[in-house]
Design a protein around this ligand. Structure first.
Ligand SMILES: Nc1ncnc2c1ncn2[C@@H]1O[C@H](COP(=O)(O)OP(=O)(O)O)[C@@H](O)[C@H]1O
Ligand SMILES: [Mg+2]
Length: 337
């Protein structure tokens, strides 16, 4: 990253889903899927967002793209005209104009592509929606196809003719069609064979460099984002519990949850045996979270204060944030990167 230019700033974002009961659908509680999340993204940066299934990653990504309305908070995007707009306050027409500036790559390339559309139509649809037609549209789709490693012969086929990795290439070409600055990649490789994952990760990395893209890169384990992310945010039950530059997070984790996730990352040399920390108990229920620090029932370092008081996300050292009462004192084990 050469320059520092904030392209996205999320401030105190919350997304609470009401839990309704009975004939009158009375609200009896809330699932706090995203609960007071704040972070910034610089142009050209990859922020990895990691956490176990159900911790709110997809919900956060969908709120940022306004595929879903947030409950509260601000999402400030720097547009191509260098205006700063709060995505949460835009009306439909304003939103449509911004659609071309940000897009999503989905987890599942099988269900996210319409089976009745040709690859040409799938990739071209966002361009069609922006008013592009005819020869111009076709030329742009061919350009996109070659960018992601597909050839012209693929364009008249239907998605079911392709393997998982190729389908994800189609999904990526579609996401890039309108030349967006910001891409939310929601577990883009987790449904693919391990042998294909590296190819798609490399493609996303190359595209990022070639097009100066900015990614929010969602993954459920730390090994996926290790090489692609500049910084990593670790999420637990709707909250960011640790955020730092990638290398520092892997070498010197400051939150016990990150330490546990790291202990599950495969070691480069299998002879190096780290102590694998098996996480005790279940992920906390976001509809009925524990008192104090949400992680305390599973934390081997927990003390009394952890049961009563939620630790705020605090800057432990420059650029390294953690939400743990004992972030300064604990000597947690990282991994070699
Ligand atoms: N549309 C919805 N209605 C109600 N609850 C939802 C909805 N979408 C997600 N949730 C809940 O919000 C929490 C976070 O889900 P999600 O963002 O999909 O997590 P992740 O992507 O990290 O696996 C989960 O408890 C999930 O059940
Ligand atoms: Mg998800």
């Amino acid at each position: 990253m050469e320059q520092h230019e904030t392209i996205l700033e999320v401030r105190s974002l919350k997304k609470y889903f009401p839990i309704e009961k009975g004939f009158f659908r009375r609200t009896v509680g809330h699932v706090k899927a995203v609960d007071d999340v704040s972070f910034q993204l610089q142009r050209g940066e990859v922020l990895g967002l990691v956490g176990e299934s159900g911790c709110g990653k997809t919900t956060l990504g969908r709120c940022i793209l306004r595929a879903m309305n947030a409950t509260s908070g601000e999402i400030l995007l720097k547009t191509r005209d260098a205006d700063i707009v709060d995505i949460t306050t835009l009306n439909k027409r304003e939103l449509r104009a911004l659609r071309k500036e940000m897009n999503m790559v989905f987890q599942d390339p099988f269900s996210s592509l319409s089976p009745r559309m040709t690859v040409l139509d799938i990739i071209g649809e966002p361009l069609w929606a922006q008013g592009m037609r005819g020869r111009q549209l076709e030329t742009r789709v061919k350009e996109l196809a070659s960018l992601v490693g597909l050839n012209a012969g693929h364009l008249n086929r239907y998605p079911n003719a392709f393997s998982g990795g190729q389908r994800q290439r189609i999904g990526i070409a579609r996401a890039l069609a309108t030349n967006p600055n910001l891409i939310v990649a929601d577990e883009p490789v987790s449904s693919l064979d391990v042998s294909i994952q590296a190819q798609i990760l490399n493609l996303l990395q190359d595209l990022k460099e070639e097009l100066n893209l900015t990614y929010l890169f969602i993954a459920h384990d730390l090994s996926v984002v290790e090489h692609i992310a500049d910084r990593v945010a670790v999420m637990y039950v709707g909250k960011i519990v640790e955020l730092s530059e990638t290398e520092d997070l892997y070498l010197n984790p400051k939150h016990p949850y990150t330490e546990a996730l790291l202990s599950a990352v495969p070691k480069p040399d299998p002879r190096i045996k780290g102590n694998q920390i098996i996480l005790q108990g279940e992920v906390a229920n976001p509809a009925d979270p524990p008192s104090g620090c949400y992680f305390h029932p599973r934390c081997k370092y927990a003390k009394d204060v952890c049961k009563t008081t939620a630790p705020p996300l605090t800057e432990v050292k420059p650029g390294h944030y953690a939400a743990c009462h004992f972030a300064d004192e604990l000597e947690l084990e990282g991994v070699m990167v």
